[in-house]
Design a protein around this ligand. Sequence first.
Ligand code: O2Y
Ligand code: MN
Length: 586
Amino acid sequence: MSTPLESWVEESARLTKPSKIVWCDGSEAENDRLTAEMLSDGTFIELNQKTYPNCHLHRSNPNDVARTESVTFICTRQRDDAGPTNNWMVPADAKEKVRPLFDGAMKGRTMYVVPYIMGPANSPYSKIGVELTDSAYVAASMRIMSRMGKIALDRLGRSDDFVPGLHSLGDLNPSRRFILHFPEEKLIWSVGSGYGGNALLGKKCFALRIASWMAREQGWMAEHMLILGLEDPSGKVTYMAAAFPSACGKTNLAMMVSALEKQGYRVWTVGDDIAWMHVGSDGMLRAINPEAGFFGVAPGTNAKTNPNVIEAAHKNTIFTNTAMTAAHEPWWEGMDGAPPAGTIDWKGNSWTPGNSTAAHPNSRYTVPASQSPSLSSHWEDPEGVPISAFIFGGRRARLAPLVYESHNWQHGVFVGATMASETTAAATGAVGVSRRDPMAMLPFCGYNMADYFGHWLAMGPKLKNPPRVFHVNWFRKDADGKFLWPGYGENVRVLKWMLDRIEGRAAATETPIGNVPAPSSLTLDGLSISRDTLNELLKVDSADWSEEEQAIGQFFDKFGERLPPAICQEQKALASRLSRSAVATE
Ligand code: O2Y
Ligand code: MN
């Protein structure tokens, strides 16, 4: 009798018609074989094996360089279950439309059966997925990003408890590209892209979109959050999870080298992108990192912004769409000065100054987490680490103070639900346009976001000790457009303030949006920052926030009656605190 997995593989092979099926075991020997095949067919380019042992460069099709939200769909029977922020199709219609693109798509190609575990192999909170793909690059990347191969098959046994994901490169034509999620049957279909979030199905598709649906059904949380541990001078580690939209330095924060290391404050990495969190037997919210690697943006990464990943990505790493120097080393903008002579750009052409960037702005490193010097010794704890704080953040040039703390859980959910970030030139071409991105989940929530806010509200009371909720903004600028806060390793000072709040040792000043640090409560020694700058960093301008409150209302209008009353209450409470404060300062 076939297992459920074997039956699905056979059914998918009947549709896609591969010339060969390879069941991946995740072994080193298998990886060597795949690597050799990719080197011979040009999928991989060998990097300098002396300075970058076992590192390779992959160049994706130039029309396939990033996640594509416009062709990403949540397919539920009812439109309202996907909600106003997701693209939606009826499941049957989606299958009818996209099945023909899979029909014969793997002719002349190999189908790799990629079983994987999201989460530590021995955690009760981990889950199994299986990706069928005709891309060896995807199979090799999944080996870094998850616990892939025999380890997953052994855990699965004859069970049908896995999330199937069918992936084909198709013809890579953007008009025939679809990333479909069927949360009601826990199924993923992806065709027409070989890149990142579209193709490594364990990451955004399973660990966020499908998992967020599962998490609501089962009473846990699947969030777009880094997980870090802040060690204090006594050696005690306090864990925090943080959600920031893209281009806000999530990986850098998760892997930070602390500016207060000499004083005994150190940051340990548990995860850089996704957190799965359950109510633990101790009543704490316990977080695991479902991933096993980092798929980070290369440009801007250097020894100052993220020394840990620079060290980690010197072996066993796949680089995608970076430039390559004449010495066959990876190179990207913001690495160190100008590209050396003889550099080849991300498309494989010789690079000349003045042209476009040498590396693609969304070029990536795919590196095993175990190679980071900052990795926490608790990163694979089966029960997860206890979360004491949530940090929301965004890029706000004018509006938001460096840090503020919410009044309570319900207010904290409102703070997360109203997150927004301003676009950067590199990302979109339109600078400073603010995009609402609740909990940084806008592109990743697999169901109606109004219900998602409701799920957040319901989680707080289940916890004996709900995490305190903070909001940060490293990106406030002065009138000349200069950043007020130095950022990077200095951000530990803000984490320390949060820790001191949790421990009841830091003073705060009440404002209409929440509590900001009393200026003397921030540890600023060794940093030259004037009192005026500090005041500017912590300022809350009621007139600006009243405008923000209006914009928040417009965003919430999308959700109509489905928006939880507690969220409307919080908005009204904010409006009234703002008008009281405006009257007081008149
Ligand atoms: O462009 C892509 O496909 C990568 S998206 C990504 C990758 C790693 C971590 N986060 C993200 C994201 O878009 O949030
Ligand atoms: Mn992300």
